[in-house]
Ligand binder design. Structure first.
Ligand code: SAM
Ligand code: SF4
Length: 348
């Protein structure tokens, strides 16, 4: 409830929490109380989905026929996205990632990046893309202010690429990865979902991919979402991948990790790039989760796995004031649970 946190604009030292716990935050950095949940997690990272549409049909993510699309009138407009982003940045968000669906098929993506770039206090504007339209768009995105990029690529074998994404385009993605390095993105993050029986035999090839390019290849534990028909036996744990890599590269170095980072990073000495593991299944990272998400139709989700959503779009369209929106967002964040409900056996 709104009584569970201080006035949204208070950047004070005492946070009144549910169950009447009182926390004294010593040396706390100025940060809006409304973006802090009852477990002390400061949410400074916002992901915004620009569209539900995609030009690929990855087997683990979308059905062949695509997903049921929300009518355009119900999606956030450019202006609404910027209004919400401004509000979050004002309250302490310093990193925004544009995602989707495929964010680069939204026609106004360059304008959105340009508008975000004007927000004072926003340090990082990132995008997660399948890379198909990247070579064409990246120079303009960079000029507009895009400063971090993740490109998804699960295989280095063109035929396997076509199988998994059910479309052509392998060479476009590779070209996009090279373009990103040429334009100075450092590192260029490459998201690789590892699936047993599909690409777990390519883990070492992906490590080699980091030899001469400033990449961070991020091996992602495959998550068996409802309806993607790929059961959890396809999940390859990070420990298993790490074992394989250490057999080939015993000198693999562990890199220091940031507190809120979801990645465990390593490097083969003398390689330009590095590798990381996103252990979404074997070791959840709820405890340090600093993320919030806005869906393409304007729902705020405080947890990727939670069902509780609040429609910021509806509040915006019914004329809510900035102050009211802040209250609504603050209440949603304060309701965020300590960790999401267990998925199969691993996340209990
Ligand atoms: N279309 C963009 C892309 O593919 O990069 C952005 C959206 S996509 C949903 C974001 C990331 O989620 C991609 O890196 C994708 O590989 C990953 N992803 C999708 N389904 C997944 C699953 N079942 N398990 C693990 N990662 C998944
Ligand atoms: Fe899903 Fe991204 Fe693949 Fe599209 S490209 S189907 S959004 S993972």
């Amino acid at each position: 409830s709104s009584s569970s946190f201080l006035h949204p604009h208070s950047r004070g030292q005492i946070l009144i929490l549910p169950k009447n716990q009182h926390f004294v935050l010593e040396h706390a950095a100025p940060f809006s109380a409304f973006l802090m949940d009852s477990f002390g997690r400061q949410h400074n990272y916002l992901r915004i989905s620009l569209t539900e549409k995609c030009n690929l049909r990855c087997q683990y993510c979308m059905p062949e026929e695509g997903v049921q699309l929300t009518p355009k009138s119900e999606l956030l407009t450019t202006q609404e996205i910027i209004t919400l982003a401004r509000l979050f940045v004002k309250e302490g968000v310093d990193k925004i990632r544009l995602t989707g669906g495929e964010p680069l098929i939204r026609p106004d993506v360059v304008d959105i990046v340009g508008e975000l770039d004007k927000l004072e206090g926003l340090k990082t504007i990132a995008v997660t893309t399948n890379g198909i339209n990247l070579t064409r768009l990246l120079p303009r995105l960079k000029e507009a202010g895009l400063n971090a990029i993740n490109i998804s690529l699960d295989t280095l074998v063109p035929a396997k690429f076509e199988f998994i994404v059910r479309r052509k385009g392998f060479h476009k993605v590779m070209e996009g990865i090279h373009k990103a390095t040429e334009l100075g993105y450092h590192p260029v993050k490459v998201n690789c979902v590892v699936m047993r029986g599909f690409n777990e035999d390519e883990v070492l090839d992906f490590v080699d991919f980091t030899k001469d390019l400033p990449l961070d290849v991020r091996f992602i534990e495959y998550m068996p979402f409802d309806g993607n028909k790929w059961n959890f036996k396809k999940m390859v744990s990070y420990k298993e991948m790490l074992d394989t890599i250490k057999q080939r590269w015993p000198e693999l170095e562990k890199l220091p990790c940031e507190t809120s980072s979801t990645a465990k990073s390593y490097k083969v000495p003398h390689f330009q790039g590095q590798i990381s593991f996103i252990t979404s299944m074997s070791e959840h990272f709820c405890g340090s989760c600093n993320r919030l998400r806005i869906t393409a139709d304007g729902n705020l989700k405080v947890c990727l796995f939670g069902n509780s959503e609040v429609s910021l779009r509806d509040h915006l369209r019914s004329g809510a004031s900035e102050e009211e929106l802040i209250q609504i967002i603050g209440a949603a964040v304060s309701r965020k649970k300590k960790q999401h409900a267990g998925m199969f056996f691993v996340l209990c």
